[in-house]
Design a protein around this ligand. Structure first.
Ligand code: INI
Length: 153
């Protein structure tokens, strides 16, 4: 018989850390609100959520790694990278994505990727609580699901 494992979304008793970039905080504030709302609606106590600000998305990987070494069960990385007129955007996006993945794989804890990579501020705002949902909430749900998968294995 096939054994199928799927994570449920029960945050009771779980501890979360949110690493959040201050750059484009108009957007990242909304991603944080979405993440906290998703966590608390799935049973996570507000006292079990820690929010840690860093300057920009480039700084997210190391703080995610530091947070993975704390008592947090999972980490949620939130940022908003918006393309400018140079290649700076590509470096920030690529390194943030790779570094956040590394923090997860190296620590063995879920570190979810709630970093928007957009062409315009309008696109970012659409994904931060308006017509394209809230990617902070999506990242929170991914972290919850991964915790359940980890527990089930
Ligand atoms: N950081 C972001 O989070 N979003 C951006 O759009 C962005 N842009 O476009 O420059 C950005 N740059 C700052 C970077 O993340 C670092 O904080 C900075 O380079 C210092 O290390």
């Amino acid at each position: 018989m096939v054994q199928t494992i799927q994570g449920t979304l029960d945050g009771n008793g779980r501890k979360f850390a949110i690493a959040i970039a201050r750059f484009n905080s108009l957007v990242t504030d909304r991603l944080r609100d979405g993440a906290i709302d998703a966590l608390t609606r799935h049973g996570v106590a507000a006292d079990d959520i820690r929010v840690v600000w860093v300057p920009g998305a480039f700084e997210l990987p190391v703080v995610c790694r530091w947070l993975a070494d704390t008592d947090a069960d999972a980490v949620i990385a939130l940022g908003a990278v918006i393309r400018g007129s140079t290649t700076h955007y590509d470096h920030v996006c690529n390194q943030a994505a790779r570094g956040i993945l590394d923090a997860s794989v190296q620590s063995g804890k879920p570190v979810s990727f709630g970093v928007l990579t957009c062409e315009t501020l309008e696109q970012a705002l659409e994904r931060a609580g308006s017509k394209a949902g809230n990617k902070g909430a999506d990242a929170a749900l991914a972290a919850l699901e991964m915790l359940a998968v980890k527990s089930a294995l």
